[in-house]
Design a binder for this molecule. Structure first.
Ligand code: SF4
Ligand code: SF4
Length: 343
């Protein structure tokens, strides 16, 4: 294990930024989001969560896919250049780190999404263990260890020191590049912090969240539960829950006329929106109850059914904090579990 004092951490950031593009949680306009490192960036490693998740680093909010150039009757197509340089995403929490493997199963499955794949290939994830989990956290319900996140490098901050441990070949390669600013360390402080944080995690209000109802009962039974109507009755269809969620992956593809041709963009979309999946015959989910049910059936039932038992949620708690009508996946899970037959 290696270390550097937190009050010298800019030496580490400068060393990384000298060899790779570096992104990390920075404060802008009072909000903390992943952004590019610069000497005057207000880095906020102390923030437990960014508003949007680190998903943006691999599946951006909006990206150009291609351009169509029109000259007379000739049309030529220019594919957007894919990411081809290494970059580092620093300070990814355990929940967001796990979300990447959920997104991989979607975007890297055949047919591979080559834009996402290029970013995953070139991105190095430096995760950061949680030292102060919040009451809205429930990552442990999905077997995620907040004290040792997944990632190419894992870091911990304890007693004014940042500890660093490479986990993969990519992580070892990055470590070699910045080794001059890191010193050797034992792991005593990290182990003490891990034990303390695990004790806190066990006492969090959502620590015992039981999702077994969703994997033990027939899909159709859950789909037909009458509670969906009441649960969805206040939903505004604003899509906030989907935009802050690290595992939501719906997108739309739109063409824009730039005056010389057409630019094709991919932008995040939301299954909570009325015009989502709109087709020539209309939309296949006409009511908010249907749209609401789809979002939670996808995360709690379809995902584990089709992807080796893995739920489409990592327990980050963002939707618990951000929904304007105070509805969220925990309320849905508890309501349906409480009223349903248990296996
Ligand atoms: S559903 Fe909510 S708690 Fe689960 S990953 Fe998405 S935002 Fe986080
Ligand atoms: S954030 Fe709340 S109100 Fe908005 S779409 Fe999601 S559940 Fe509905």
């Amino acid at each position: 294990m290696l270390k550097i004092a937190v009050n010298e951490i800019n030496r580490l950031f400068d060393a990384i930024a000298a060899v790779e593009n570096l992104y990390l949680p920075v404060e802008k306009g009072g909000e903390v989001e992943f952004g590019a490192y610069s000497a005057d960036a207000k880095v906020r490693l102390d923030a437990l969560q960014t508003v949007k998740s680190a998903k943006d680093m691999f599946f951006p909010f909006s990206e150009n896919l291609m351009k169509f150039h029109v000259e007379g009757k000739q049309i030529s197509v220019e594919a957007a250049e894919k990411v081809n340089e290494e970059f580092v995403v620093f300070g990814v929490r355990a929940c967001d780190a796990r979300s990447f493997s959920i997104l991989d199963k979607v975007f890297l499955a055949d047919p591979v999404d080559t834009y996402y794949a290029a970013r995953r290939e070139h991105g190095v994830v430096v995760s950061m263990a949680c030292s102060r989990p919040e009451e809205t956290c429930f990552c442990s319900a999905f077997g995620i260890d907040a004290t040792k996140p997944e990632g190419d490098v894992v870091t911990w901050v304890a007693d004014g020191v940042l500890y660093w441990e490479a986990q993969t070949e990519k992580g070892a390669a990055l470590t070699e590049k910045v080794a001059e600013v890191l010193a050797e360390s034992d792991s005593a402080a990290v182990e003490a912090q891990q034990a303390a944080v695990k004790a806190i995690m066990e006492k969090l209000p959502l620590a015992g969240l039981d999702l077994s109802y969703f994997t033990s009962r027939p899909e159709l039974e859950i789909f037909k539960r009458p509670e969906w109507t009441e649960l969805s009755s206040h939903c505004l269809g604003c899509g906030t829950c989907t935009f802050v969620c690290p595992t939501c992956q719906c997108y739309d593809v739109r063409d824009f006329d730039n005056g010389h041709g057409i630019e094709r963009y991919r932008c995040w979309d939301s299954c909570m929106y009325r015009d989502f999946t709109m087709m020539a015959h209309g939309t296949n989910r006409k009511t908010q109850v249907e749209r609401f049910r789809q979002r939670f059936m996808h995360k709690l039932v379809y995902n584990p059914k089709n992807r080796d038992g893995e739920f489409g949620c990592v327990g980050c708690g963002r939707c618990l904090k951000k929904c304007p009508v105070n509805m969220n996946i925990v309320k849905v899970a508890k309501t349906l579990s409480a009223g349903g037959e248990q296996a």
